[in-house]
Design a protein around this ligand. Sequence first.
Ligand code: 5AD
Ligand code: SF4
Length: 478
Amino acid sequence: MMEENKRKTAVVSENEIKKQQELCKKVASVISKRYAEKPLACVVTYGCQQNVADSEHIKGMLNEMGYGFTENRTEAKLIIFNTCAVREHAEDRVFGNVGMLKSYKRENSDVIIACCGCMMQQKHIADKIKQSFPFVDLVFGTHVVYRLPELLFNALTKKKRVFELPDMDGAIAEGVPVLRDNDRKAWIPIMYGCNNFCSYCIVPYVRGRERSREAADVIAEAKELIESGYKEITLLGQNVNSYGKDLSPSVTFAQLLKSINELDGDFRIRFMTSHPRDCTKELIETMASCDKIAKHLHLPFQSGNNRVLKAMNRHYNREKYLELINYAKELMGDALSITSDIIVGFPGETYEEFKDTLSLVEEVKFTSLFTFIYSPRKGTPAAEMEDPVAASEKGRWFRELTDLQEKISAENMKKYAEKTFKCFVYGKGKLGDNYIAARTDGNLIIEFEGDENLIGTFQNIKVTKPLTYVLKGEIERN
Ligand code: 5AD
Ligand code: SF4
């Protein structure tokens, strides 16, 4: 029987994409009449790489509409805050920064102020913007980014505020213009949303359920980027290991990686983020066997204690995590760099339990860590749990963890002496005038004396002297 080629995930129709292209032209016509010179837009991005990638699409659309770009908010005619909801601190910064534009808007009523991204997708936040920030003209959610031309057209021409925050899972939109921040490094979102519902995490509520782009679309985008000179492609998803489960026929993430690895050219493939529950041995074997995949595994473990992991709804335990790490080390040895995310002070965590996180950090010897103090997120199960440990106490645990990692990083640095790494040379160095800087797969910086025309190439570099935060090296000549 033929397999039915039916996709479970909705796709935005070509007609809809065409409609948005037409609206780009309409916006262009409105702003060219309104302004003698090309108006500037300022896009401010908070949060993770998915948001960075969304902002590159936002800039792509704005570019088509005829906007130029500035980093300076007070010379912009359009300011867009692309927000993050993962921790309270990020939200406070957004409110502070949006609030500061009140007088600018009062003096420049033609300026459009917009907010989008994960934070807006929470009802209590959108309500607060509606009531307390009346000078914000446009608010749109994570599922309708591709409709920016239409929404901006409405904000510019109708004398009313525009709020577009549908709650349903967004469809996949292909063919949305993109303006990338960097001409060597590119982000490719391969899937959107998350099905995991870790008990502390807001992401599934603000980005919806997992949905994957077609492998052919991802591969075509990678090919085009490599052909136009990109050297580093990072595949993005909240949980890349579940890629393809909603496609028909289904494709695994490892298969997608292999197809990209087979493309012609000298480039590196990176990916983030992996979830230990779905990280397979097949994926680790694929990393080890594909020459173009960076030997860097970002595998967040969040806590080293099994009771806490269960309360976090993570669906793996410390033993399973270590098994994966040890398998990856076995296959990739010294070439492998491992990084992780950790939450300190999850509700109900005791100091004894936190010590299991410390011992796991000690055991794995991560290249670097992203450490966070738990932040309650409204609407998540963890926000309802008892949280008796004082913030000051959590702060002490946090410092104990970062001190430990600093000690490990310093020991790691010493171990790199005399080792050779294949590195991407990305720019001028800081150690002296004739130094240039390169990055290893594991994001270590090695500076060496060399010619600037090596920038943009891959080179084998031998570490001659580890310093505190960078390594000093020299090009290995064979
Ligand atoms: N509080 C603190 N950190 C969090 N993270 C996600 N949600 C929270 C929260 N409520 C961290 C996790 C995740 C990273 C992106 O942010 O470590 O892996
Ligand atoms: Fe949040 Fe967990 Fe999904 Fe990561 S995997 S985005 S931590 S729910």
